[in-house]
Ligand binder design. Structure first.
Ligand SMILES: Nc1ncnc2c1ncn2[C@@H]1O[C@H](COP(=O)(O)OP(=O)(O)OP(=O)(O)O)[C@@H](O)[C@H]1O
Ligand SMILES: O=P(O)(O)OC[C@H]1O[C@H](OP(=O)(O)OP(=O)(O)O)[C@H](O)[C@@H]1O
Ligand SMILES: O=C(O)c1cccnc1
Length: 487
């Protein structure tokens, strides 16, 4: 994907501090020390009860092309320090030129349900290399996961109705628009209006027409007829330019003429006014005129709350929802706070030293180890609970997990064959060992995953908290490390 959009390598898509730290690791002889990092977020977005993980394919693409090309190195060589001397020694530039990507990476597959504090990625290998990839990974996963989760929430509200993504004109720039289209599709959208994104992503493209089409004619009826003449098989008439219900009547008149020529009007679009009332009245007019199959499309600042209210509380007769701004900009929460923290580092004796980042806030204290997430299932296949454990310690079949925010809350866990690990191998010692599914397969996975958690976790207000805990020995190790730091 990056090659489709950017002519250059994305290796410099990072914060300068990653490169200055890399330089200092190199200078101090620590560049090749083996380390383990985890990427995770601390809170589900949108005050929700779940998150859908996304972005891995972009991460693979970025890492597969992870080399400093000549222009990158030339640029780094040109940087100066405060004394106007080169910021980096030539020896370091040569080190970067010859960098051999050696990382082993495990990650959560796209479309998977994920919860706070569970790693979406685990990176193991030379400290310098682990560090250099942090920012780009967070940039990719934070945005993709955020928008995919928003789209999944819209899908929950819209149920079996059609969802169209209309966000390009209000998205966060060019890359933001294409990334949002991808994430919207993974989260359950049926199609996009963004033609370049549809081409690049190989997903369905759809649309209606704008008010300007109507306004370019003296008369609304003439405008509908002229559109029908030009595109007889693609008629969804935008009916709200002057008076919505009068617009519907004119659409019906045009639809009848189309029928005489052997074509069927697809539907009408409402883009202002009371969408519940207007859709109910429009449906009556269409049905009475014999257009029972014509769809009513709605757009105008829609989000999951409004769709839910229109469908459930207000009985709106809308079957296709066009959603733009509030989806592609993640209007009510503009960023997912995913972070990337060191979990362990090998000392000079070759032993792992486990690391914790302290915080006054208990949920901000990082987890040490070589973390894996075990997901337990009920007999009916629904998800029961997730447990973080240290993969360097063998996992016992009968384990106890502890709530990291309240150590009095414990749960006995059976890690039987019905349970499975979320992090799967992606790179082994720098070699790609994973093939990304198609976007359609990822979307199917998202939709399946959403059936495997209780409705109480999916509700929009005060959702139930899905149980996530630390395996007991991991919890004890974390306490030991915290106590040692505090001594
Ligand atoms: N039945 C409804 N219940 C709740 N909100 C609604 C309903 N119908 C429409 N809305 C929302 O109310 C807001 C205002 O819509 P309205 O069309 O009156 O104003 P507008 O968007 O400023 O109109 P225009 O597009 O003509 O400038 C929009 O966000 C719309 O999605
Ligand atoms: O409201 P959103 O969720 O962002 O959905 C996209 C909006 O973009 C268009 O409006 P715009 O006024 O830009 O153009 P138009 O003349 O086609 O209505 C469209 O009619 C929607 O209202
Ligand atoms: O096709 C549409 O109806 C459309 C496309 C982009 C934005 N709003 C509407």
């Amino acid at each position: 994907m990056s090659k489709d959009l950017y002519a250059h390598s994305l290796t410099l898509l990072t914060d300068l501090y990653q490169i200055t730290m890399a330089y200092a690791y190199w200078k101090n002889g620590n560049a090749e020390k083996e380390a383990i990092f985890h990427g995770y977020f601390r809170k589900n977005p949108f005050n929700g009860g779940f998150t859908i993980c996304a972005g891995l394919e972009y991460v693979l693409d970025y890492l597969n092309n992870f080399t400093f090309d000549d222009s990158d190195l030339e640029y780094l060589s040109s940087l100066k320090d405060n004394d106007n001397q080169p910021l980096f020694e030539e020896g370091f530039i040569d080190y970067l030129r010859q960098l051999d990507f050696q990382l082993s990476i495990d990650a959560v597959e796209e479309g998977t349900l994920l919860f706070p504090s569970e790693p979406f990625i685990r990176v193991r290998g030379p400290l310098l290399q682990c560090q250099l990839i942090e920012t780009a990974i967070l940039n990719i996963i934070n945005f993709q996961t955020l928008i995919t989760t928003k789209a999944a929430r819209l899908k929950i509200a819209a149920k079996d109705d059609v969802l169209l993504e209309f966000g390009l004109r209000r998205a966060q720039g060019i890359d933001g628009s294409i990334g949002a289209t991808r994430a919207a599709y993974i989260g359950g959208f049926d199609a996009t209006s963004n033609v370049l994104a549809a081409k690049l992503l190989k997903i369905p493209v759809k649309g209606t027409h704008a008010h300007s089409w109507i306004m370019s004619y003296d008369d609304e009826l003439k405008a509908f007829k002229a559109y029908a003449e030009a595109m007889p098989t693609n008629c969804i008439f935008l009916v709200d330019t002057y008076n919505t219900l009068e617009g519907v009547k004119k659409a019906i008149e045009t639809g009848k003429e189309l029928r005489e020529k052997g074509h069927e009007m697809i539907g009408v679009r409402l883009d202002s006014g009371d969408l519940a009332y207007l859709s109910i009245e429009a449906r009556k007019l269409l049905d009475n005129a014999g257009f029972e199959k014509a769809s009513i499309v709605a757009s105008n600042d829609l989000d999951e709350y409004l769709i839910n209210s229109l469908k459930i509380e207000q009985g709106a007769k809308i079957s296709v929802w066009g959603v733009g701004t509030k989806l592609v900009t993640a209007y009510d929460q503009p960023a997912l706070g995913g972070v990337y923290k060191l979990g362990a580092i090998k000392n000079d004796n070759g032993d792992w030293e486990y690391k914790v980042k302290l915080s006054e806030q208990i949920n901000k204290i990082s987890n040490p180890g070589f973390l894996q997430v075990r997901r337990m299932k009920h007999k009916d296949g629904k998800y029961l609970a997730d447990m973080l454990y240290n993969e360097n310690t063998p996992l016992e079949k009968n384990s106890v997990m502890i709530d990291p925010n309240n150590s009095f809350r414990t749960k006995s866990i059976n890690c039987d064959e019905n349970s499975f690990d979320l992090l799967v191998p992606i790179f082994e010692n720098g070699k790609l060992v994973y093939t990304s599914p198609t976007l359609h397969e990822i979307q199917c996975k998202t939709l399946k995953e959403l059936t495997l958690i209780d409705n109480s976790i999916k509700r929009f207000y005060n959702p139930h908290e899905y149980p996530v805990g630390l395996e007991k020995s991991l919890h004890m190790m974390k306490l030991d490390i915290i106590n040692q730091i505090k001594m």
